[in-house]
Design a protein around this ligand. Sequence first.
Ligand SMILES: [Zn+2]
Ligand SMILES: [Zn+2]
Length: 171
Amino acid sequence: MMRRGDRMGLGYSYKCSECSKKYEVFQGIGMLFPEGYEDTVAKLKNGRFGKAWKELYENTENVAIDAEKRVYLCPSCGYWKNEPGLSLYAADNEEAISAVKNGCPVFYGDDSLPAMMGNMPKYHLLKEYEHKCKKCGGKMKAADDDEILTLSCPKCSGAPDPENTMYILWD
Ligand SMILES: [Zn+2]
Ligand SMILES: [Zn+2]
């Protein structure tokens, strides 16, 4: 069974090599972090992610939103942001429905599913959220591990000082 604590979040903190600004990002679902599942749902219901998203959520039964935080990077201009995936999923079995009701749905790609899949919650992707770059309008993508280690300074676009890049565990 998947439980809340099974997936800890991982964060990174940086210090800009140019202007010394400190910044950080988080990945995963941190249960004590204020940006948890309930929080993401509240924002969705407030229309933060658009009217169409709110309506699709409200008009679908047993729907869940991907509240797992990731770093999204614009391949065109390098702008990045740290926010939940926000894609909408529909629950496909009892386990998934109860995970949605308990506010702790977790979505894995098919390739990461363990071989023994007895009573795992199952979902299917209802609609993928498109993360748009607010600087150039380009389509952003989830940053990979290498890209995350070199995220530029949000203030001056300088490179992070590798000596001052640290991992943070959170849950
Ligand atoms: Zn800087
Ligand atoms: Zn861009």
